[in-house]
Structures are given as C-alpha cells and as structure tokens.
Unconditional design. Sequence first.
Length: 488
Amino acid sequence: MIGKQTLISILGGVCYVLPLMAQESAVEGMREATHQIIQGRIEKEKQEIYQYLDSVKSSGNSRNDDSVITDEEIQLVRKLKAIEREVPLNYSPRVKDLISKYTSDNYNPYMCRMMGLGQYYFPMFDRILDEVGVPRELKYLSVVESSLNPRDISSAGATGLWQLMYYEAKTYNLTVDSYTDQRMDPIASSYAIAKILKEAYDEYGDWLLAIASYNGGKGAVGRAIQRSGKEKPTFWDIAPYLTQQTQNYIPKFIAMTYAMKYAEENNIDAADTELSLRTQALDVNKRISLSQVAEALHVSKETLRALNPSFKKNILNGTEEAPLRLILPVVDKKIATEELYAALNTPIPAAVTANTSVNESAELLKDGKYRVKVGETFASIAEKFEVTVQDIKSWNNLRGNQIVPGQNLTIKKEDNYINTKLAHNAEKSVKKSQQRASTRTAYYVVKKGDTLSQIADKNGLSVSRLKSDNDLNGSRIKPGMKLKVSKK
C-alpha cells in the first residue's frame, strides 16, 4: 500500500513533468511549423526563379541556348538577386559565361590586381557616387572600361578610368591642355561620369539603359527604344537593336559586379599595387616639378606619378586663379619638412620647360621616325609632337594600345611642320615668360573700411588700372575679396 507521503510525491512529479512534456511538444511543433514555412519559401523562390529562367531561355535573345534549366543556373540567379540593390542584375546566358570567365583560375591574377587597385579607387568612387546620387555598384564600370588604368586611351581617343571623350571633358569642365588631362584624374573624372550617368537615368528612369546610353550613345538607345515598340522598355527589350558592343557591355558589368561581390569565395584576393593607400591632398598654385617633390618625400617619381596620373609631364602647372590638386603619399618615416616646403615653393620658369621640351622633341624626330623610349605611351608621344593618338596609329597601321621601347614609329607632317611649330611655340612661350618676368604680381586682401582709391594709392596704381586687372565694373568691394595688384 502506497503511503500518503509517497502518493503526494508521485502526484507532484506528474504535475511537474506533464507541463514540461507539453512545453517540449509545443516547441517541437513550432520548429516543425517554422521548418515548413522556410521550406515553402525556398520552394516558392525556386519556382519563381525557374519561371524567370524559363522566360529568359524562351526569349528571342536566347533561342539557341539549351532550354534545360540547371541547379547551377538557379543558384546563380539566387546569388545575383542577393547582391542586387538599385541596379537590376539580370541573368542571361552571356552573363553566366562571363561570370565563369571572371572567376576562373586563368583570370585570377587579373581579378586580384583589380581588387588591389580597388582598395585605393573604390572608396573614392563610393564617396563621389553617393554625393551625386548614383548607385555605388556602378563603380565596377571602371573595371570594364579601363581595368582601373587612369592613363588608358582607346583607339577612338576615350581616356582615363571612365574612358571619357574630349567633348565630354569640355562639357563637364575638365581641364585638357598641354600639361593636364583631368580625364585621367580619378576624382575629377569620377564627378563627370557620375553626372553623366545621373542625367541619363533621369531621362530613362532605368540604370541599365543609362549605362547602355553611356556606352553606345543616347541616339542609339533612343532609336532602339523606338524600334522596340514599347513605351517603357528594359535594356533587354532593346538589346537586339543595339550594336554588339553595347549588347555585351551590360553583361560584362553584371558579371564583374558578381565577381567583385563574391571575390572571397572565388579566391580573389587583393594583390599589392604601386598605389599608396594613405594619402593627403595639397592645392598647388605654382608651376612646380614633380621630381623635386618626389625627392623631398624620399619616394620614387613613379610613385608620385601613379597618384597624379593627370599631369602629362613632370610639371604641375598650377596658378593662383586655378590651383591644382597634388596627391602625396603619407610616409611613415620622418620627412624633411624644409625640403618639401622648398620643392613646393620653387616655381619652374615657363621658358625653361618650353625650351627643354621643344629642343628634345626636335632632336628626336629624324627622317620621319621616332624610337619609343621606356615608359612612353601613345598619349605622351602624341603630346610631344602635337599630333593625335589616332594619327600615330593610322600612320603606323596599329590597332591596339601597346607600344614597346625601341619600336620605331612613323610621324608624318608636311614641310617639317612639327619642328617649325615647336620652335614657334618655344619662341612664343619665351616672350610670354619675359613679359611675366617684367611684371611683379601680388594680391591684396580687402579689409573692412578699404576703398578702391585707398588700395590703388597704397600700391601705386590708378583706380582704373585696379578695376581693369580685377574685372570690376563698379567701385563696390567687400572685406575678404582678393584683388590683383600688378606693378611694372
């Protein structure tokens, strides 16, 4: 017979165990329900992807591809959708092929270098794209365009990281002259391309169409839209009516975005590059030598040129009115401050650089042939002889962008035009330099209570001369204004 105390203990145990069993049963039920929900969502997603792939494969663009949908393709679409933000990352058989190419072992060294260069360029691009209002993923267009080479020049003359044409440079206020080509400036050119893409997006309302218009031209995209017969077509709707180059351009961008985003799982590691990741910027308002600055910093001239690709020569031609940005590496060792200060404040006379450049060019031209030196490019040679890159390629029946040291290039100009023009330019430059040498230019910052007559008297000038030098129509001036005061 069970004792009273024992019975109470048994009943207590039962009362304790039964709620636990019920709780465990409820948890298990919840787990099962959650599992079923997740599985249902996975199956639904898989079905949606399957239907999407089926529509892609049955479209006119893909009629020659195998209609069988594979698990690999389903997984690829899922991964594209996972990294998709504002710009559609659509699947196509061409996208699949390019992803296989970019993530292959053969392509790995190239992609590792792109990742290495991207450590320097991509944060810069992100900041500028954010500022203008352009999706960050469009930074990968620079890899497709130039392989992140700011000095890249196409056969058509497109230049820089973003392959901007000369007319685009002028439209977006980039400097292109004998000393500077801001299409090669990573910051200035990135602002230009961001504005170009934003304006195109505002017109089409579709980022892929905006990208296509940059590659193929707005006229070509406009005609393709008309031929598609659709009011608001996608890029894929108009692709058959575009050139093969533009048809391939979007898949290249999508595949490169995928490869960059999934770099780690494809063993794409950032390679070391010639670019310093720690830099500082200085505004320079003088004509200075990059070689002197490199020497003062105890870095190679090549390192400094890599950070400042927009300066065509070893000269930074800044002025008070238009200072230029100089990018310097931040070095760990102590820099001789006095040496750097001296390099930044030792202007190069214009006459010296003009004579040196011209005399070297005249001597190098012989019997219409020029022997390529180490480090020279089509662009630097074209600049030296005041011809175009396209001219040189045409004269020598060349198509690519590669030249090698020791190669002989034909340079054509009638009646010794080159030497004559170079000599004329040198003489003209010397005269200008002599004129500037006879004129001492200084600046005066207007203070509270100053008048034009007081400033003119103080600097030995007439009021009319002071107004003329500073493009002043009236006599009103404000504190803080900077006035040019020149004396003969």
